[in-house]
Design a protein around this ligand. Sequence first.
Ligand code: ZN
Length: 188
Amino acid sequence: MERPEGHPGSGVTRYGLKWTEEEACMDKQAHPRAAIPEQGKPFMNQTIDVPPPASIDEIMGYHAHIYFRSPEERERAAVLRERIAERFSVQLGSWHDNLVGPHSLPMYQVAINDDVFPTFVPWLMLNRMGLIILVHPNTDRPRDDHLINALWLGERIPLMVDYMEESLKAAGRVRRPAIPNTHGTLPI
Ligand code: ZN
């Protein structure tokens, strides 16, 4: 980078590049730091109003929704489905090649009970074969479960939750535990 004639502050080196002072300032504008506290001063003295923490007792199992975006991904989803069945006790749902519920891609659902989560979800992290997976808890609040309290493996995709109840109890509905239809025995 050519140093402009008479510019006193040029020559800042970053990432092995020469910057003029002017350019360095432009760079700061592109990456504003206004929200970052001054060095050595953490965010403090902020008064905020937060609700008490929720108890995990509110969770009655989880769903993993395994999405596919192409015939090739559907094949991978089929391999994953087989591998899940060989290793875990879960409730494998039907294939949904057409969109159902809040989902904006075809998928199948895996319903799991609480005791399976600590092994199933880490196993999925390592074995999802590039597929997008939504893992959400099942509480009394399905809309929150999908939008706020979910885990995404891979990219996040839109969910259409407009029709979902905020509270099942308020809507007179009861959540039921998963009923496993696989009994996998292979090591994980
Ligand atoms: Zn679900």
